[in-house]
Design a protein around this ligand. Structure first.
Ligand code: HEC
Length: 125
C-alpha cells in the first residue's frame, strides 16, 4: 500500500517536472556548493514538490526554513538545523511536518548530493 502511494507520488513528481516546473536560472546568488544543491534538487525531482527555487508546492517551502521552528505532526516542534535538514532528506518518515497531505518519498542520494542539498536549503533564508 505504502509502496503504491510512493509510486503514485513519483509519477506525480515526474509529471510536474515534465510540465516545466524547473526553471534554468536560480532567482538568487548561490555559493558553488548551493548551486550544485539546486541542480540536484531539479535532477532528483525534489523541485517538483519544493519548487524550482525552493518556493514550495505540495511540499513545504525551503525559503526561510533553515533555523526556523517547524511544527510536527502529532504535536511538538523542532528547530530546522543542519541535522534536521539532513534527516528530513535522508529519512523523510523520521519527522513529518504538521498539516501535510502528501508524503515525501525516499530518494537515493550520494553523501555529496545530501551535503549540497543542505547547503542550498541553508542559503535560502
Ligand atoms: C512527492 C513530493 C516530494 C518530493 C519529490 C520531495 N519532497 Fe521533501 N517533502 C515533501 C513533503 C510533503 C514534506 C513534508 C512532510 C514530511 O515532513 O515528510 C517534505 C519535507 C521536506 C523537508 C522538511 C521541510 C520542513 O519544512 O521541515 C525537507 C528538507 C525536504 N522535504 C527535502 C527534500 C529533498 C532534498 C528532496 C529531493 C531529494 C525532496 N524533499 C523530495 C514532499 C516531497
Amino acid at each position: 500500500m505504502t509502496k503504491r502511494i510512493h509510486h503514485l507520488m513519483l509519477g506525480l513528481a515526474a509529471l510536474l517536472v515534465l510540465a516545466g516546473c524547473g526553471s534554468a536560472e536560480p532567482d538568487r546568488d548561490l555559493s558553488p556548493q548551493a548551486a550544485v544543491g539546486r541542480e540536484v534538487a531539479l535532477d532528483k525531482g525534489c523541485a517538483a514538490c519544493h519548487g524550482a527555487n525552493g518556493e514550495g508546492g505540495v511540499g513545504p517551502e525551503w525559503i526561510g526554513l533553515a533555523g526556523s521552528t517547524v511544527e510536527l505532526e502529532g504535536g511538538g516542534a523542532v528547530v530546522a538545523d543542519a541535522a534536521y535538514l539532513r534527516r528530513s532528506i535522508v529519512e523523510p518518515e523520521a519527522e513529518i511536518v504538521a498539516g501535510m497531505t502528501v508524503r515525501m518519498p525516499v530518494t537515493e542520494l550520494s553523501a555529496s548530493d545530501v551535503d549540497a542539498l543542505v547547503a542550498y536549503i541553508e542559503e535560502l533564508s
